[in-house]
Design a protein around this ligand. Sequence first.
Ligand code: XMP
Length: 512
Amino acid sequence: TVLIIDFGSQVTQLIARRVRETGVYCEIVPFQSADEGFKRLNPKAIILSGSPASTLDIGSPRAPQVVFDSGLPVLGICYGQQTMCEQLGGKVEAGHHREFGRAFIEIGKDCALYDGLWTVGSRHQVWMSHGDRVTAIPEGFEVVATSPNAPFAFIANEAKKFYAVQFHPEVVHTPDGAKLLANFVHKVAGLKGDWSMAAYRDKAIAEIRKQVGDKRVICGLSGGVDSSVAALLIHEAVGDQLTCILVDHGLMRKNEAADVVAMFKAHYNLHLVHVDASDLFINALEGESDPEVKRKTIGRLFIDVFEAEAKKIGGAEFLAQGTLYPDVIESVSFTGGPSVTIKSHHNVGGLPARMNMQLVEPLRELFKDEVRVLGKELGLPDSFIGRHPFPGPGLAIRCPGGITREKLEILREADAIYLDEIRKAGLYDAIWQAFAVLLPVQTVGVMGDGRTYEFVCALRAVTSVDGMTADFYHYDMEFLGRAATRIINEVRGINRVVYDVTSKPPGTIEWE
Ligand code: XMP
């Protein structure tokens, strides 16, 4: 295990990503609990993250002394370099030239950290983001590389295996950064890259068995990747002690509920309760056009239905959730002095507390792409693993204006045709999310000899990494023409199709 001590940098998670990509397990621990984290994880190497703080500020965070006394390899990044220098007897000053963005370092000396990658005298692009800089290095350290604004851009004490860089190796703008981090864990720390999903699966199953014992678990299953993988893992661990509940709110895509039920029941023989609550949801939503009211109504009814079903099953003490690592990493915050705020978890609206249940969260150490690998490991078909995200409120927020059964049916058909065309064109995996929206606008058209007056369908497709920002997908017009023609020809109720070319920001991905 590699221990990453987080001083609050925006990109600490990327350090963890890069380390895990080398096949070595790591965990991020906030600096306030670094001592405890050190004892718990028994790490073989330590990385100190960057930070928005300045080591020159009174009370700014430091690494626990044990980090430097342990004899373990340590890599300090940006603020991590500065605090390492301060703590070992060097000096940091406020920089006259702040350095943000691309910079070039020049290598002056051999070093195990870049072994096999760089050579003395070469220059390399790195990403800098700092105001302060190191002005005197501690005893035993030597300069490995300099940049025009950072004479100590890269320093090392090879005897102690202490390395410190002013730049950020974890970001893609440092092209060789991932390889430097791989060198740190493999060559410097001597760790084997044998952390695999097969190993994770075994460990997770053992832990679930230990936690759950002979008690019962319930799990809300939506067909999304996270809940699907969590359910399969728990099923493998405790078999029929797990009951899954699929709440069909009538707002799912065409055939979706049936597909999910078929897969989990037939293929995995998993105990699954399929609740058709569509009348309840649609009756409550009918005619409602306020997006927030739609969302709240759906959220409230979902909890009511889930709770009622769970009571029918009776006596479940555990609730499974597909919480992921980014949701549980404690984020370091500096507002009002160093303090730790914990991001709110994906609790289904406070259900566990209401029902007095404990949580089982077998994915809480994984990133999204790791969940997909685990899904593959568990035999989940690619059609489930590579699925586009789908919002909890479903088609309700893709039907601006009042919802009716008829409109939902029209939308479902148009959406299915659109996605079918995307798959046929081989574009599904290149797009992050794609869907149809049914606008509450009717326009005049002409079909055959007749005049039509029907709804407008908007098509949406975006590329994104995490859904926080997105760019509209640049289709070629042939494709859009093909999809539009099919939708207009095959779906009664739509006579015009438009394409949404808004990015996020300023737009959101969904229309409501
Ligand atoms: P927006 O529209 O905010 O969406 O740009 C970003 C991503 O989040 C999804 N989304 C939701 N997912 N419950 C969910 O589980 C919701 O209420 C919800 N609203 C939006 C959206 O589909 C996109 O992937």
